[in-house]
Design a protein around this ligand. Structure first.
Ligand code: GRF
Length: 190
């Protein structure tokens, strides 16, 4: 049986990319085609390569080129694109080509704490500064609005006055590690 091929885009450590790779390793319907990063020295590239997954790194100029990415994904027979800790804007041409087949992970409860500059640690700093009593993760389809695509799922965690940016990061990581792969699989197979 021909498997659905997913490309994972990531910019940093890649704990989510690694989790997805493990999860889909022996999946009967889905396989990871490659991991792409815009940072040549991103840890995610080493981790993915160690797990036997093809890796690619391109410059910020290259990953801003929609035709370039479309050609690449077409050549690699990519069916879905998963953004897991990817910090660059996706060109409109790629969003159009993967309409309904591109998923982003966001470390907050959108529409709160989304949009420009709201990524990674910045999000957690803002959440703690505002003394929120809840945060969480959002898994959503990607459209041309920054963090504005249709929701697929959200998962919450509670916060109290003792929480710090670091403890919030731990709670978010736990939610990501627990839920992202099954939600991605469910969206692809639905
Ligand atoms: C994750 O919290 C993700 O939601 C956010 O950036 C972080 C990346 O972590 N966008 P990693 O690179 O997957 O370890």
């Amino acid at each position: 049986m021909i498997k659905t091929r997913i490309a994972i885009f990531a910019s940093g450590t890649g704990s989510n990319a690694v989790n997805l790779i493990h999860f889909f390793k022996n999946d009967s319907s889905i396989e990871v085609a490659f991991v792409l990063s815009n940072k040549a020295d991103a840890k995610v590239l080493d981790s993915a390569a160690e797990l036997g997954v093809k890796t690619m790194s391109y410059t910020n100029t290259q990953v801003a080129d929609g035709d370039f990415l479309n050609t690449l994904c077409r050549e690699e027979k990519v069916d879905w694109v998963i953004l897991a800790g990817y910090l660059r804007l996706i060109p409109a041409e790629l969003i159009a080509a993967y309409n309904g087949r591109m998923i982003n992970l966001h470390p907050a409860l959108l529409p709160n704490y989304g949009g420009k500059g709201m990524h990674g640690r910045n999000v957690h700093v803002a959440v703690i500064a505002n003394q929120e009593n809840t945060s969480g993760i959002t898994i959503h389809y990607v459209n041309e609005g920054f963090d504005k695509g249709e929701l697929i799922a959200q998962f919450h965690c509670s916060l109290n006055e003792t929480d710090t940016v670091e403890s919030l990061e731990d709670k978010i990581r736990y939610l990501e590690q627990t839920y992202l792969p099954t939600v991605v699989r469910g969206a692809i197979l639905s």
